[in-house]
Each structure stands twice: as C-alpha cells, then as structure tokens.
Design a protein around this ligand. Structure first.
Ligand SMILES: *Cc1c(COP(=O)(O)O)cnc(C)c1O
Length: 373
C-alpha cells in the first residue's frame, strides 16, 4: 500500500478520451488553454503556464526573473531536491536556510539574518524560494515584507500545496510567481506536469516563450536565445482539468485521514503531527515527529513494523545541506531540519486509499502502539 498513489477514475478517463478524439495530441490545444485558465482562477492568479514538470516550472520562473550566474538563490534546506536544482540550472548558487521545528517550513528570522549578511557582502540575491512543506504554507505574512524591503523577488514553491490557504489566501498566490507540480504522487496529477502561476503578465509571457524553444513569432523557425522544450501536452492537460474538478473532494479525503491520525496520536506520548495547527493545510502528506526519550521508541521502529504489514512510510526529506551533491554549500543551519529528518515519519495519506486500506493502516499503528505501552 503506497503513501500517496494517484486517484484516477471515470471523469479522468472521459476527459483524456475526449482530448484524444479531438486530435489535439500535441503540446498545444484547447484543454491546455482551459487548464491554465481554470488553474489561474483556482489560485487567484491572472496567468498560468503549464509545463512538463514542477521542476521545469521552477527553472523557468527563476530564468524569467533574471536569475543567473553570480547570483544567490535562497532555498530551504528541508525540501525536495528539485527546489535547489532549479537554482543550479539557472546558473545561480543555492544557499540553504533551516526550518521551524513545528512546521518544517523556512525559518523566516533565520532567512532575514542571512539576507542581511548576503547584502553586507555585496552578494546579489536573485530570489528566495520558500517551500510549502507537505501542503502547509510558509509564513508569508512575515516572509513577504522582509523580502519586499530588501527588493528580493519571491518564488513560492507550492508544488505540495495546491488547495491550501494561508491567512485566507490560496497557495500559489504568494510572491512574484508560484510553482505547482502535478507529479504522480502530488495532491492532483497529470502523470507528470507543472505550472507557473503569476499575476505578472510579462513574467508569464517570458515563461511561455522559454518553454517553447524561445521561438520568435515568425513563420519560419527563428531563435535569438536558447529556450527549452518544457510545454505540457494537451492530453495531460485534459487529465489535469478532470483532476482539478475533483481537487476539493480529494483534499477532503486527505483531511479525513489527517483527522484520524490526529486522534490516534493524541494519546501517544512523545508524538506530534508536523504543522498540526495549520488549518489551511491541504493535508497532502501527514507526518509524525517522534521524541524517542518520551515515546520510548524511534520513528524508524514504527516504519519497520508498518513495512511488515505492507504499509509504506517515508522519512521526511533529507536536508539539502546533508546531500552529497550539495556538500560544501553555504547555509544558515540550526539543526531543526536534521532533527525532523531523524525523527519524522510520513504516513499513508493518499486520497485513493480505500476504507479497507485505511483500516489496515490504523490496525497496524494500534498494534505497534499497544505493544509499547
Ligand atoms: C514535487 C516537488 C517538486 C518537483 O515537482 P516535479 O513535478 O516532480 O518536477 C518541487 N518542489 C517540491 C517541494 C516538490 O515536492
């Protein structure tokens, strides 16, 4: 039983079949346009550019902001590697910032210190790339004013957060641009895909142009710059439209799971849920954090037990500053992300899990907890 399998049904079948039959089997077509419009509406942005992955969307958003060699991009150390890689693709240097223990999201005070130091050194910060960890938004109410004062653009990595809100505003609406992912394990999927959403028309145009090989608007193939082949297929956009129609239903199911985990672990000493207090989370993944001195067991022991019951779990992201590929990178590190990596455990959270699957997960957790009382 997987952590977060795709949730695909008849609506998706009919959308994809219609797209196939329409003949628009290319990275252009009416479903692609409609998918962008519908998603822009959903996140409250004026423009959307659909591309082949969230990673491609991050890359384009940074390029469109003019991020390049000689610049720094500030990235949370607790994230999926794509966030940091995008900075490298753009030719910039990622500098890592540690997280808040309670949510796993970027530590804004630490980020502010780092930005001040970088400025004092005369370094140009091309962008800050906050991540909405496991579906809970970063603290934009505090973060955005800090970046605004310093004139540093913000790209929201909302790959995990579609459907979430922060202070009543939807994920995907913060910063100069935001990035969504429709990878197979995300809250909704196009099998693979991503999007840049923004209210900046010029930025959206630049992303769209770069995603289609930077072709000049003439009849023959004319190129004045190096572009990318990043545009999403119309077929996959059709799948995305069906999934978007079901987003609220899928999110509600994940929230149900979250509520059940909250109840079960409320009576387990030394166990808390990551971002437990965030009512705006889309509940993409539910993660527990175990204090072994209080609980009397390690997160890894529960993972081992659940694996014997064929229940998949995962550690929290391994921090970027511990990754061999980013060894020697600069960072403002407190140890908070390392502790979440050591003591966190992500539990089955997918909306496609059946009632029977879910019962099996909770039976296995009950048995584990009972054995340790
Ligand atoms: C999934 C994810 C991405 C990358 O998205 P892809 O569509 O898989 O390329 C980027 N950032 C974060 C935080 C993610 O979770």
């Amino acid at each position: 039983m997987y952590l977060s399998p795709p949730d695909i049904g008849e609506l998706e079948e009919s959308y994809v079949l219609n797209a196939l039959r329409s003949g628009w089997v290319a990275p252009v077509g009416p479903d692609l346009d409609a998918f962008e419009d519908e998603m822009a509406d959903r996140v409250g942005a004026a423009h959307a550019v659909a591309v082949t992955s969230g990673t491609a969307a991050l890359h384009l958003a940074l390029l469109a902001l003019g991020v390049g060699p000689g610049q720094v991009v500030v990235v949370p150390t607790l994230t999926f590697v794509a966030t940091a890689n995008a900075a490298v693709y753009a030719g910039a240097e990622p500098v890592f910032v540690d997280c808040e223990a309670s949510t796993g999201n970027i530590d804004v005070a630490l980020m502010a210190d780092l930005l001040a130091r970088l400025r004092a050194e005369g370094r140009k910060v091309g962008a800050v790339l906050p991540v909405d960890m496991f579906g809970a938004c970063a603290d934009y109410a505090t973060l955005l004013p800090v970046c605004e004062v310093l004139g540093v653009p913000v790209v929201e990595d909302a790959a995990e957060a579609l459907g979430a809100t922060h202070a009543g505003q939807p994920a995907g609406s913060f910063g100069h641009a935001a990035v969504l992912s429709f990878n197979g394990n995300k809250i909704m999927t196009t099998s693979g895909g991503g999007m840049v959403v923004t209210s900046d028309a010029a930025l959206a145009d630049r992303c769209r142009y770069l995603s289609t090989q930077a072709r000049q608007p003439v009849r023959h193939y004319e190129h004045a710059e190096v572009g990318y082949n990043y545009r999403l297929s119309n077929l996959l956009a059709a799948l995305g439209r069906a999934q978007l129609r079901r987003l609220d239903e899928m999110t509600a199911r994940r929230r149900l799971l979250r509520d059940r985990y909250t109840k079960v672990f409320a009576s387990a000493p030394g166990v808390r849920l990551l971002a437990a207090d965030d009512a705006g989370s889309n509940c993409w993944l539910t993660t527990i954090v175990v204090d072994p001195r209080v609980a009397g067991w390690h997160a890894g022991e529960m993972a081992t037990h659940l694996a014997t019951q064929d229940v998949e779990t995962r550690p929290v992201w391994k921090p970027m500053h511990l990754q061999p590929v980013y060894a020697g990178s600069r960072g403002a590190i407190t140890g908070a992300a390392e502790r979440l990596f050591a003591h966190g455990l992500t539990l089955p959270s997918g909306s496609a899990l059946t009632d029977r699957h879910i019962d099996r997960v909770f039976d296995a957790i009950h048995t584990f907890l009972e054995d340790r009382r």
